[in-house]
Ligand binder design. Structure first.
Ligand SMILES: [Fe+2]
Ligand SMILES: [Fe+2]
Length: 335
């Protein structure tokens, strides 16, 4: 292992080759592991990523149980839209599973602990090995990138552009991560300490972010990821109508401040707002430095504390809602 001193002398963000056997938390490193930055939301290459012999990137997906029968059953429905209930299941942090009325499933932003160890323990367990059709990730930070954990038939990693499968339509918009911490914990300063540029246009690659609009059952859900609060006008023009908006706002204002979150809500005027990236006692530790989203939620004109990790939504039902905050609190799916 490199010493802390050696880590701190690193001045570039060039991918470092490592020996996969060093990384106990991620047996079988994926390509992203060479690039994954450690950090409060992953900000600096550190620890085992900087050393070791050249190793081949490996995926363990060939060991997954099950097969693609579910996908084969659904693929003939591609391009159709089905009315009915859309399932939203919260897995803590920014991870959701969305289930279309036809039964197609997509899981976004599964999390893990920083594999270098540099940023400590954020999560109480490994991400559940949930069975889904599609797995997606908004960006390469450890708290969003455990794409090897769900048992998924497809992985759409940082997907930009359009994708259709069964009664799901997904659009990815390439943009940038928040690069100046708005809250008390100035985690973005660590990039400067490592000699890396956090902000666009010359940001290191792990400070890119892709937001997704997932459309199914007549509901358009925007997965914000850790995106900056002020994307260019082209983004707002392209994103279109948003019915359900997920936003990373917590009491420490780690990714977005209350003010930034409120401004995005006012601009998009979604029917439903779901807070993400906050301290959830089922899945995450205080070491995240995150706080709950209670204060932000309770400052809104209309909100509801959900009593479980599942939220079934119907387009006709939410049509009557206006910026209604639906908050999962400490609930999270664990399997
Ligand atoms: Fe994050
Ligand atoms: Fe991040």
């Amino acid at each position: 292992m490199l010493t802390g001193k050696a880590v701190m002398t690193r001045k570039t963000q060039e991918p470092a080759h490592t020996n996969a056997t060093n990384d106990q938390s991620t047996p079988g490193l994926s390509r992203r592991s060479f690039f994954t930055a450690a950090g409060a939301s992953g900000i600096a290459a550190a620890g085992s990523f900087l050393i070791g012999d050249r190793a081949m990137a490996q995926s363990t997906d060939w060991k997954q149980p099950g097969n693609n029968n579910h996908v084969i059953d659904l693929q003939s429905q591609t391009g159709t839209s089905t009315e009915g209930t859309v399932g939203i299941d919260f897995y803590g942090h920014c991870a959701f599973k969305i289930t279309s009325p036809a039964g197609a499933t997509v899981l976004v932003d599964p999390w893990r602990d920083d594999p270098s160890g540099a940023w400590g323990m954020w999560f109480k367990n490994e991400f559940p090995e949930t069975v889904v059709d599609i797995c997606m990730s908004t960006h390469t930070h450890f708290d969003h990138d455990a794409i090897m954990r769900p048992h998924s038939t497809m992985i759409l990693d940082r997907m930009v552009g359009n994708f259709e499968f069964a009664d799901l339509k997904i659009t990815g918009f390439a943009d940038k991560h928040t690069c100046v911490a708005p809250g008390w914990y100035e985690w973005t300063n660590a990039l400067a300490e490592f000699g890396a540029e956090a902000c666009p246009p010359d940001n290191v690659g792990h400070m890119d972010n892709v937001t997704f609009v997932i459309e199914t059952g007549g509901i358009r859900t925007l997965i914000w990821g850790d995106n900056r609060p002020d994307p260019a006008d082209a983004f707002w023009d392209a994103v279109g109508r948003v019915d359900v908006l997920t936003l990373p706002v917590d009491g420490s204002e780690h990714i977005l401040s209350y003010e930034m979150g409120n401004a995005i809500v006012e601009r998009l005027k979604p029917k439903v707002v779901i807070p993400t990236h906050y301290l959830n006692e089922t899945t995450s530790y205080t070491l995240t430095t995150l706080q709950t989203a209670d204060e932000w939620v309770k400052s809104q004109k209309s909100f509801k504390m959900l009593d479980g990790p599942s939220l079934p939504l119907n387009a006709s039902e939410i049509a009557r809602m206006d910026r209604e905050f639906l908050y999962f609190g400490h609930h999270a799916q664990t399997a």
